[in-house]
Design a protein around this ligand. Structure first.
Ligand code: ADP
Ligand code: MG
Ligand code: MG
Length: 875
C-alpha cells in the first residue's frame, strides 16, 4: 500500500491521491520546470491518520523515512546534518484548493546547530537567524498551538527598545536574542523545550497538517463551497529555496491572466527579500509583477515564458507561486486560478478564439451558477457621487452596507439582517466567517493576491484591497480618509471593479453584459436541446427575461394579479359572495382588469408561447389575517359596539373562519376551486381570449397555453377542459375571431404522475410543478420543513441537498420520468416542461435534459444560467 510518492515517481497520478498541489508539483517536475525536489504523502494516508486516532500509522512513517533518504541523496544534504543541513517545507494540499485554510510549515530542519551551519555556509548569519525565528514562530503556531501574537509582541518590544522601525532593521544578533526569548515562550506554553530533533519536527508537522484538515476555518470553507469532508488533504515535503537571502531574491504570486477581468496579460505581484507567506498575508503591500521586468529582466523573461508554458500545458488560466533565490527562479505551486464570473466568461471565450479550447470545452469552463454575478446591478456611473478613497480593484461588483471592523461583528450584524462591509487592515484565514457574512470586504494593506482578494473573488463578492488612503482605528471603531471620519455602522458603497469607496448609498443601474457573455450564450443556444422559458407574471419581468434570452413564458401565475391593492376589495367580494349571481357580478368587474394584464404580457411576448396558470392558491390567502381581525373586532366591541364597522368586521371574520383550513397546502386550492366555483376560471379564460383576440387583431400571432393546476384525477381535468373550452369558444363565437389555444395541466401530485396516461388523453401539454411535487412526494410542507428540520437533515447529511433547490432525481425525479413516459405512451408529441424552482438549477436542468423534456422554465435572472446549463447537459 503505497502512501508516499517522490515528485518524479511515475506511478503516482491524480489529484484524488496527491492533492492538487502535489499532483501539480509532480507534473511540473516531469515537464522539467525548476521545482525544488520533494515528495507527497497521499490523501489516503490522511484518512489512515484519522482512522488511527490522529496518529501517523507505522507503514506511512516507514515510507516517509525511505522518501526522505531519497530526497537527501538527490539534494546532497541531510536533515539535521551539521555540515550541510537540508531544510524543507511541510505543505498541505487538498484535492480542491482551499487557499490558506490549512497549515504549512517552512524552514523545517532548523535547530540550534543547523542554524550555525546555515550561517557559515551562506556567509549570511542574518538570513540564517531570520529563517530560524520564522521556523520557530510557524512551527509553534501550527504544531504546538502557541499563539503567534506572543512572538510578534516580543519582536515589537525589541524594535521599540532599540529604535528599529521595520523587520529588516534587525541584525543576526537581534534575531539571536529573540530566538532565545521565543524558546522560553515555547517552554512556558508547552511545558517542554522547543523540539531540536528534525525527524521529530517532521513527524509532528505532518500530523499537524493532516490535523488542519478539520480545523474550523477549513470546515467552514468546505461547507460554503460544498467540498465533502471525507476527501482529506495530502502533505508535501519539499526542499526549501529562499527568497529572503537579499535583494537578488524574492517571492511572489502571479496569474497567467487577469483573474478579475480575464484580460490576457500576466498579472501578479512580488516582494523582494521575503519568504513564503509574506505576499499573501497582506502585511507588506507588494510590487506589481511588471516592475520585475526592470529589476531582474532575465528572471522576468524566464518567468513569463514559464507562465505561458504552464497555461498551455494545463489549458487553463494558472495561479502560480514562485520564489527567486539569488537570481534563480523556482516554481513552488501552480493551479487553475480562481476567477470572477466576468473573467471566467472572458477567458473561456478568448481561449476558444486562441484555439486552445474547442467550443464545447469553452462552454464547460464556465460555472452556470457564477453567471448570476454578472446580472447584478452596478453603480450608475452617470449619477453624481464623490469617491472617498481608492484602493486596488481586487474583486468586481457593487455593494452597499454598514461599516464593521471585525469578522465576528460582521457575522452578528448579518444574523440581525444588517448588510455590512467588512473593513480590515488585512484578513487572515480566521476571518473567513466574516467574509461570508459581509457584502464586501475592504483591506487597507495587501495586494490583489492577498488572502481577502483571493477568497472574495472565489465567492463572487466585491473586494478592495491595499486601500492605503484609509487608516483604521480599531480601538475606537472608526476609519478616516484625510479629514473625513467614518464611524462604525455608517453606510458606505464600494465598487470592487474600480477600487473606489464612497459614502452612503448610491444609485444603481442595470447590468452591462459583455460581448463575450453574449457570444458564449449564443454558443450555448446552438448546443442545447431544451427550450428555456421563464416564470413571469408581469410585462416587466417578461421583458427582462427576454433580454436574458428566454424563448417563452412557462409559468404565468394569475394570483399575483389578484393581489393588487386596488383589486383586492373586488376579489374579496367575489370570494364572499353568497349567491352565484353576486359572485358573477364581482367577476364581471375583474374581467377587464385581467384582460389588461394578459394584453400587456402578450404584447411583450409577441408570437412566443405563453403558459398561463389559472388561479391556484387557497382563497383565504386573499382575505385579511384572522388574528388581526379578531383583535380588531374585540377592540370595536369595547369602543364602538353599535357600529356598522363592527358588523362588517364580524361578518368578515365569520367568512375568514369558514374558509380557514388546517392544511391549506393540501386543501381547497388549484382546480379544486374551480370544480366548486367554475365561474372563476370561466372569467380568467374569457379574459385571456379577449386579450388574445385584441392582439391578433393587431396582427400578432399570440399563443396562449391555458394550464390547470393541481390535477390529481383525470376526471378533474376532463371537467376543467370542458369548462375552459366552453368559455374560450364562447368568446370566439361572440367576437367571430379565431385564436388558437391549447389546454394543458400541471403534474404536481404523485397521483397525476402515476396516471399520466389517462391524464394525457385530456391534455395538450404537461408542466411538472416540481415545487408542489416535491412537497407532495416527500410529504414535507415547504414552509414548515425549511425552518424546522430540513437544515438539520442537510447538515447531518441525512439528505445530500435541499430537495426544494436540487431536484430529488431518485424520488421526485422518478415520478417525472413515469409521468413523461406514460404521457408520451398515449401522445407521442405531448409537450413537456418543468416550472418549479428547479428549472433554474444546474443539476436539475441536466436531469430535465436527460428526460428529453421540451423546455424548462425559471425566473428571469436564472435564464442565462439555464441556457448554459442546458448546453452543458448536451455536451
Ligand atoms: P498555501 O496552500 O496556504 O498557499 P503553501 O504550501 O503553498 O500554502 O505555502 C505557502 C508559501 O510558502 C508558498 O507560496 C511559498 O511561497 C512558500 N513555500 C512553501 N514551500 C516552500 C519551499 N519549499 N521553498 C520556499 N518557499 C516555500
Ligand atoms: Mg500556496
Ligand atoms: Mg403548484
Amino acid at each position: 500500500n503505497k502512501h508516499v510518492f517522490m515528485f518524479d515517481d511515475t506511478d503516482a497520478n491524480g489529484k484524488e491521491l496527491l492533492g492538487g498541489k502535489g499532483a501539480n508539483l509532480a507534473e511540473m517536475t516531469r515537464i522539467g520546470l525548476p521545482v525544488p525536489y520533494g515528495f507527497t504523502i497521499s490523501t489516503k494516508a490522511c484518512n489512515a491518520f484519522y482512522e488511527a486516532g490522529e496518529q501517523l500509522p507505522a507503514d506511512v512513517k516507514e515510507q516517509v523515512d525511505t522518501a526522505l533518504e531519497k530526497l537527501e541523496k538527490t539534494t546532497g544534504k541531510g536533515l539535521g546534518d551539521r555540515e550541510n543541513p537540508l531544510l524543507v517545507s511541510v505543505r498541505s494540499g487538498a484535492v480542491f484548493s482551499m487557499p490558506g485554510m490549512m497549515d504549512t510549515v517552512l524552514n523545517l530542519g532548523m535547530n540550534d546547530e543547523t542554524v550555525v551551519s546555515m550561517a557559515e555556509l551562506t556567509g549570511e548569519p542574518r538570513f540564517a537567524y531570520d529563517s530560524y525565528r520564522r521556523f520557530i514562530q510557524m512551527f509553534s503556531d501550527v504544531v504546538l498551538g502557541v499563539d503567534s501574537e506572543k512572538f510578534e509582541r516580543k519582536i515589537e518590544t525589541h524594535k521599540q527598545l532599540h529604535g528599529f522601525s521595520a523587520d529588516p532593521d534587525l541584525s543576526a544578533s537581534d534575531w539571536k536574542t529573540l530566538i532565545k526569548q521565543f524558546q522560553t515562550i515555547v517552554e512556558q506554553e508547552t511545558g517542554r523545550a522547543f523540539p531540536q530533533d528534525p525527524c521529530e519536527q517532521m513527524i509532528l508537522a505532518i500530523q499537524a497538517v493532516f490535523g488542519s484538515w478539520n480545523n474550523d476555518r477549513a470546515q467552514l470553507y468546505r461547507k460554503w463551497h460544498g467540498i465533502p469532508g471525507h476527501l482529506g488533504t495530502a502533505v508535501n515535503i519539499q526542499s526549501m529555496v529562499f527568497g529572503n537571502t537579499g535583494n537578488d531574491s524574492g517571492t511572489g504570486v502571479a496569474f497567467s491572466r487577469n483573474p478579475s477581468t480575464g484580460e490576457s496579460k500576466l498579472y501578479g505581484e512580488y516582494l523582494i527579500n521575503a519568504q513564503g507567506e509574506d505576499v499573501v498575508a497582506g502585511i507588506r503591500t507588494p510590487q506589481a509583477i511588471e516592475t520585475l521586468r526592470d529589476s531582474m529582466p532575465d528572471v522576468y523573461q524566464t518567468f513569463a515564458e514559464t507562465c505561458r508554458r504552464l497555461e498551455n500545458h494545463y489549458r487553463d488560466m494558472q495561479d502560480i507561486e514562485f520564489t527567486i533565490e539569488r537570481g534563480k527562479l523556482f516554481i513552488l505551486q501552480t493551479r487553475n486560478g480562481k476567477r470572477t464570473a466576468e473573467a471566467s466568461v472572458r477567458i473561456a471565450v478568448d481561449m476558444h478564439e486562441e484555439e486552445i479550447l474547442t467550443k464545447d470545452e469553452a462552454l464547460m469552463r464556465v460555472d452556470p451558477e457564477q453567471l448570476g454575478q454578472l446580472l447584478h446591478r452596478r453603480i450608475d456611473e452617470t449619477s453624481s457621487f464623490e469617491v472617498l478613497a481608492k484602493g486596488l480593484p481586487a474583486s468586481p461588483g457593487a455593494a452597499t452596507g454598514k461599516v464593521v471592523f471585525s469578522a465576528d461583528d460582521a457575522e452578528d450584524k448579518k444574523a440581525a439582517g444588517v448588510p455590512v462591509i467588512l473593513v480590515r487592515p488585512e484578513t487572515t484565514p480566521d476571518d473567513i466567517h466574516g467574509i461570508i457574512a459581509a457584502e464586501a470586504v475592504v483591506t487597507t494593506r495587501g495586494g490583489m493576491t492577498s488572502h481577502a482578494a483571493v477568497v472574495a473573488r472565489g465567492m463572487g463578492k466585491a473586494c478592495i484591497s491595499g486601500c492605503s488612503d484609509v487608516s483604521i482605528d480599531l480601538a475606537n471603531k472608526t476609519f478616516s480618509v484625510g479629514s473625513t471620519e467614518v464611524s462604525y455602522l455608517e453606510t458606505v458603497t464600494i465598487n470592487g471593479g474600480t477600487g473606489e469607496l464612497m459614502l452612503g448609498e448610491l444609485t444603481m443601474a442595470d447590468p452591462e453584459l459583455s460581448d463575450e457573455f453574449h457570444r458564449l450564450l449564443a454558443w450555448a443556444d446552438d448546443r442545447k436541446h431544451l427550450g428555456i422559458r421563464t416564470n413571469s407574471d408581469t410585462p416587466d419581468d417578461a421583458a427582462r427575461a427576454l433580454a436574458f434570452g428566454a424563448e417563452g413564458i412557462g409559468l404565468c401565475r394569475t394570483e399575483h394579479m389578484f393581489m393588487d391593492p386596488e383589486r383586492i376589495p373586488v376579489v374579496r367580494e367575489m370570494i364572499l359572495a353568497l349567491t352565484s349571481a353576486d359572485r358573477q357580478q364581482a367577476l364581471d368587474r375583474l374581467l377587464p382588469m385581467q384582460a389588461d394584464d394578459f394584453r400587456g404580457i402578450f404584447e411583450t411576448m409577441g408570437s412566443r408561447p405563453v403558459t398561463i396558470r389559472l388561479l391556484d392558491p387557497p382563497l383565504h390567502e386573499f382575505l385579511p389575517d384572522k388574528e388581526e381581525l379578531i383583535k380588531e373586532t374585540a377592540q370595536l366591541e369595547i369602543t364602538d359596539p353599535a357600529s356598522n364597522e363592527l358588523k362588517t368586521k364580524k361578518e368578515l371574520l365569520r367568512e375568514v373562519r369558514r374558509l380557514d383550513e388546517s392544511n391549506p397546502m393540501l386543501g381547497h386550492r388549484g382546480c379544486r376551486l374551480a370544480m366548486v366555483y367554475p365561474e372563476i376560471y370561466a372569467m380568467q379564460v374569457e379574459a385571456i381570449m379577449h386579450a388574445a383576440i385584441d392582439r391578433a387583431a393587431d396582427g400578432a400571432a399570440v399563443r396562449p397555453e391555458i394550464m390547470i393546476p393541481l390535477v390529481g384525477h383525470v376526471n378533474e381535468l376532463k371537467a376543467m377542459r370542458r369548462l375552459v373550452k366552453e368559455s374560450a369558444d364562447r368568446v370566439l363565437n361572440e367576437t367571430g375571431e379565431y385564436v388558437a389555444y391549447t389546454i394543458g395541466t400541471m403534474i404536481e401530485v404523485p397521483r397525476a404522475a402515476l396516471t399520466a396516461d389517462a391524464i394525457a388523453a385530456e391534455a395538450d401539454f404537461f408542466s411538472f410543478g416540481t415545487n408542489d411535487l416535491t412537497q407532495t412526494t416527500f410529504g414535507y410542507s415547504r414552509d414548515d420543513a425549511e425552518n424546522k428540520f430540513l437544515q438539520r437533515y442537510i447538515d447531518d447529511e441525512t439528505l445530500a441537498d435541499n430537495p426544494f433547490m436540487v431536484l430529488d432525481s431518485e424520488g421526485v425525479g422518478e415520478l417525472v420520468k413515469i409521468g413523461v413516459e406514460k404521457g408520451r405512451s398515449v401522445k407521442e408529441q405531448l409537450k413537456t416542461g418543468i416550472c418549479g424552482e428547479h428549472g433554474g438549477e444546474t443539476s436539475s436542468i441536466a436531469f430535465c435534459h436527460a428526460q428529453r423534456l421540451d423546455y424548462i422554465s425559471c425566473s428571469p435572472y436564472r435564464v442565462p444560467l439555464a441556457r448554459l446549463a442546458a448546453a452543458q447537459a448536451a455536451v
